[in-house]
Design a protein around this ligand. Structure first.
Ligand code: ADE
Length: 249
């Protein structure tokens, strides 16, 4: 059974589509899906769309329509953890929905009906992604306009937060990080889709892993940093890390 590679942005998916062999394109639920082989593995490539609902629809279609065995997400995120810088990679250990709040019916951030706040990613799949990310970052000196004396990129693993909001103010990023930290949840990065895909995969009992390259610091410069990063290197990270991951699968 095939592995789904879910990308957030067309820029990130372009290189994977180009490398796809025996490519077959189809449209379902208003989305384009690419089936084929990459590095000898059967894959289905798809775009998540932006936001939790769009991502959940794509994930459900991948499972129901294409019968994928696992879902791997590749995208960019805003770094909110201390020491999580632009150009770093974060492999998700688990996910929280930072905009989930059914209090006082349920504790803040708890997923109603799941009795949990955090949804774990698959351990073995995430370990492969982590290994691929480390090898890639060590091997490739990605140039995204950083200063010559900037420290080398690092790979982190930890909690990722998703919500239907592009976080673009240092004050908001800090408020989000501090509120979750006060409840014992140390968030490394924020994005808009992963937790929804994690929830769909939990519902269907499918392994899920995710890696995000840090495009910005979710601060007052986030918009410009995000656009620059996506336009320059996001796709190269995706190609190298996903390629390395599939070779180890
Ligand atoms: N994805 C990349 N950067 C982000 C940010 N600052 N907020 C939400 N999602 C993001």
């Amino acid at each position: 059974m095939a592995t789904a590679i879910l990308s957030a942005l067309p820029e990130e998916q372009a290189g994977l589509v180009q490398a796809l062999q025996q490519a077959r394109r189809s449209v379902h639920a208003g989305r384009m899906f690419w089936q084929g082989t990459l590095h000898g593995h059967g894959v289905v490539l798809a775009l998540s769309g932006i936001g939790k609902v769009a991502a959940a629809t794509t994930a459900t279609a991948l499972i129901e329509r294409f019968g994928v065995a696992r879902i791997v997400f590749t995208g960019v995120a805003g770094g909110v953890g201390a020491g999580v810088r632009v150009g770093d990679v974060v492999v998700a250990s688990d996910y929280v929905q930072h905009d989930m709040d059914a209090s006082p019916l349920f504790p803040r951030w708890e997923l109603p009906g799941y009795a949990r706040t955090r949804l774990a990613c698959d351990g073995p799949l995430s370990a492969l992604l982590l290994e691929a990310a480390r090898a890639c970052v060590e091997r490739e000196g990605f140039d995204f306009g950083q200063k010559a004396d900037a420290p080398p990129a690092r790979v982190h693993q930890g909690l990722m937060a998703s919500g239907d909001r592009f976080v673009s103010a240092a004050r908001d990023a800090q408020a989000l990080r501090d509120a979750l930290a006060a409840a014992g949840h140390e968030v490394l990065a924020v994005e808009m889709e992963g937790a929804a895909v994690a929830q769909v995969c939990a519902d269907y009992g499918l392994p899920f892993a995710a890696m995000r390259t840090i495009s910005d610091r979710a601060d007052d410069e986030a918009h410009g940093d995000f656009a620059r990063f996506v336009a320059t290197v996001a796709s190269r990270y995706a190609d190298h890390i996903v390629g390395g991951f599939l070779k180890m699968l």
